[in-house]
Design a protein around this ligand. Structure first.
Ligand SMILES: Nc1ncnc2c1ncn2[C@@H]1O[C@H](COP(=O)(O)OP(=O)(O)O)[C@@H](O)[C@H]1O
Ligand SMILES: N[C@@H](CCOP(=O)(O)O)C(=O)O
Length: 358
């Protein structure tokens, strides 16, 4: 019998100022997978080595560039990794997946985190694996090895997360190179080996409250910055002064974003950062000046501003005056010859979901 279901995974903004690799908020912009499994249609999926026919809607981000072969596409490659860890070599025959992706790629809005979460959820459904979200996080964290986007995308809302200390044996299982976790695209060497199951509870998290009056303005430059490149410019060590600067703000910010009414005099300084933004300015034209171009005094309604994830998107938190705030930042980017679009978003409280169709 044929089966159809939809997987929805939110975009996310990670770091939120001082919370590098710790904080993340799921955002109301959803990667959607419409999945059908129909054995009677198996002949239509035969040209893929893993029984899976992939397509993207024409208005999807990355429509022209994302690979459609199941062992090359990040979503299905992730799903194949999870299936193979569980002794299932490929998708059920007759699997078709139609994807709608409004999350811009390589902009700091968690497109890869959403793709990885979607892939793990896809495997959980097609392989009937019955994993909890907490266990699915372990598989996600074998691929995207910082927990902030993944946790917000999977669990939803405003999350704080950390990676627990692993035993030496667990470290061995977790630190295997990515190339050995994700299956090689065909043409590459496919060893047929079963990858090791990830250690359990790698990632731990809490969900904070969020004052619903606080909206998220994303100002999105029209150039891509890969997260890997943006992590590459960060130093290996920090001064105590800079670490304490961030820790103090992190502790205050998580509570400040729950207060009603929100206090811009508290949130704005609590969103300052000395761990990642000062180094990433080399990759984002005008970043330092752009981040200081709007303040609660120049733009009432603004609460705080920071780089979203690894950038180049800017996240501004505000209760009103959204268009003016966005326009000011767009103008500043334009002076640096960077065009932008912007979106008004809010937290996606629910996180990723699966909806079965009758
Ligand atoms: N929906 C998707 N389908 C396929 N691949 C995706 C999708 N979303 C993201 N990716 C992959 O992830 C890459 C972007 O990841 P990354 O550099 O971490 O940026 P981001 O900040 O958007 O997560 C894309 O270039 C693409 O290879
Ligand atoms: N903490 C990470 C977050 C990366 O987020 P993305 O949305 O850019 O993938 C980092 O800052 O590197």
């Amino acid at each position: 019998m044929a089966r159809s279901f939809k997987i929805k995974v939110p975009a996310s903004s990670a770091n939120i100022g001082p919370g590098y690799d710790v904080l993340g908020v799921g955002l109301s912009l959803f990667l959607e997978l419409d999945v059908t499994i129909d054995n009677a249609q198996a002949h239509k999926t035969n040209d893929d080595p893993n029984n899976c026919k992939l397509s993207y809607s024409e208005d999807s981000e990355g429509y022209a560039t994302v690979p459609l072969q199941s062992d090359a596409n990040l979503i299905t490659r992730t799903a194949l990794y999870v299936l193979r860890c569980n002794n299932i070599r490929s998708f059920p025959s007759g699997t078709k997946i139609h994807i709608h992706n409004p999350i811009p790629l390589g902009r700091g809005l968690g497109s890869s985190g959403a793709a990885v979460v979607a892939g793990v959820m896809l495997a959980n459904e097609v392989g009937k694996l019955g994993f909890s979200k907490q266990r699915m996080l372990d598989f996600c964290l074998m691929i995207e090895r910082h927990p902030d986007n993944i946790t917000a995308a999977m669990m939803g809302g405003f999350c704080g997360s950390f990676l627990r200390d692993l035993t030496p044996q667990e470290v061995e299982r977790r630190e295997i190179p990515l190339a050995e976790v994700l299956p090689e695209p065909s043409g590459g060497e496919n060893t047929g080996l079963v990858p090791p199951l990830p250690p359990t509870d790698i990632g731990r998290h809490v969900k904070y409250n969020w004052n619903p009056a606080i909206k998220c303005i994303a100002i999105i430059p029209q150039f891509e910055l890969s997260t890997a490149d943006s992590r590459g410019v960060l130093p290996k060590a920090y001064t105590t002064q800079d670490l304490v600067f961030n820790l103090q703000r992190l502790a205050v910010l998580t509570a400040a974003l729950t207060m009603d009414p929100p206090d811009a005099d508290l949130i704005y300084p609590a969103m300052q950062d000395r761990v990642h933004q000062p180094y990433r300015k080399t990759l984002i034209p005008g970043l330092t000046e752009i981040l200081s171009s709007v303040t609660p005094t120049t733009h009432p309604g603004l609460l705080g501003i920071c780089l979203s994830g690894a950038g180049p998107t800017i996240l501004a938190l505000a209760t009103e005056n959204f268009e003016d705030i966005a326009q000011e930042i767009i103008n500043r980017f334009q002076k640096n010859k960077v065009e932008c679009s912007w979106k008004l978003l809010e937290p996606a409280y629910e996180g990723s979901t699966v909806e079965n169709y009758p």
